[in-house]
Design a protein around this ligand. Sequence first.
Ligand code: APR
Length: 236
Amino acid sequence: MLERWLKESSYTVVFTGAGMSTESGLPDFRSTKSGLWRTKNPQQLASTYAMQHNRDEFIAFYQYRIRTLLECQPHIGHTILANWQTRGLIHQIITQNVDSFHQQAGSTNVIELHGTLRTVHCSRCRQTYDAKRYVEEQFTCTCGGFLRPSVVLFGESLPYDAFEQAWTAAERADLWIVLGSSLQVSPANELPVAAKRGGAKLVIVNMEPTPLDDWADLLIHDRKIGEMLQEIDELL
Ligand code: APR
């Protein structure tokens, strides 16, 4: 059914979460067994509070995430999505992920709702540097300011332009496909609902149940995204 909807749709949006990158080797956040937030407290590590008042742990956490990211790369699922975009089957990719694997796999115009872990920038002058500086233990800008990862921390708002573009895509979509998100974090999780309210078919592909499952026109649980995308690709 999904392959038919992809062919028939005039504006398809793919909306991805951390479950899109677990098959690349990156842990997600809320998987029952292996999610990062199952053993770590995001407020103590990934928040503006942590950056101010718990800086050593904050730095160590992001050094771990940047180092892990540099050891991983996109998987076949990212490549298939890039290929579908080239073929005009997908019109917009919106991601909550900060790994830039969609771009590395060849997708273009990717909307990154939660920023990127590929760069760090100065809290004072906003000068941007490659995130490798964290692995090289360099945390200070040439102006003397603190270098922080260019991700949206808990307590920060989403980049205005990214969210604005995502909201426009939600209003325009006639097919919205969620891949690998627990849909528990707002305001990103408002987008699939907005798409549905705008008349889009909603597809949720996620290993575990999500709070938006009742909204879905098609629900695929207990399937690995990479395998599922390969199966659909063979039918297109
Ligand atoms: N195939 C299908 N589903 C998968 C796979 C896979 N290979 N691997 C994991 N999943 C599912 C998990 O069951 C989980 O429900 O992906 C979902 C990922 O959910 P989260 O870990 O909550 O990730 P996400 O929804 O992207 O989190 C949103 O929370 O911590 C913040 O900023 C962070 O962007 C992140 C946001």
